[in-house]
Design a protein around this ligand. Sequence first.
Ligand code: PEP
Length: 251
Amino acid sequence: MTDAIRPLIAGNWKMNGLKAAAAEFDAMLNGAAEVAGKADLLVCPPATLIAAFSDKARGKAVGVGAQDCHPKPSGAHTGDVAAEMLVDAGATAIIVGHSERRADHGEGDALIRHKAEAAWRAGAVAIVCIGETQAQRDAGQTLDILRGQLHGSLPEGSTAANLVVAYEPVWAIGTGLTPTSQDVEQIHGFIRELLTSRFKADGAAIRLLYGGSVKPSNAAELMAVKNVNGALIGGASLKAADFLAIAKGCP
Ligand code: PEP
């Protein structure tokens, strides 16, 4: 963990959560003050819950974010949601380029960059996800893949205030598998170098999250790794107790 960078613990609820999930979110709000000294907290529920959750979260130590956006502000795009609409509903950050969007919807780096710019246009922080697949890892291509994704997905003008990068090895998402701390340190160090060489002082301060099967039992070890400035959490973010326990694991 880089001392000067305050960690971010972000939950990605994916396509999970009906209105009744507000009770779990309430439990997160109630426990947030206890971990506020450790990290910033962000919950990204499905778009249908953003407005209700952000109303509840007003004045509390949990932010509300979104999981995706369309690059355009409005128009004939049936079923899509603009960044402006998400911000209007209360989102302060928008995840873009999650590997499930890249795989299920064929999203490429250029589109993801435009989505990140859309988040900025609307006034939200962009959380840009990158990560290699198992096949790419087996072929020894991890660093090349990450270099390409960073180059293509991050807009010019990225700063510590408008961008968060989440390194999420695809093979670690939802599988219970995690890279070793040594692997995470090497890869986060590599990403940090690229960010610093492109964005200078801002690149040195951009939050760099690890994501992929983070849970209370492995959080403290992963969060202590150099250049890990928090986590993006899928499954374990659905339960307040687990989500808060992960935040407690931050150094
Ligand atoms: C994710 O999908 O962003 C993720 C990290 O999922 P999980 O924590 O369930 O592996």
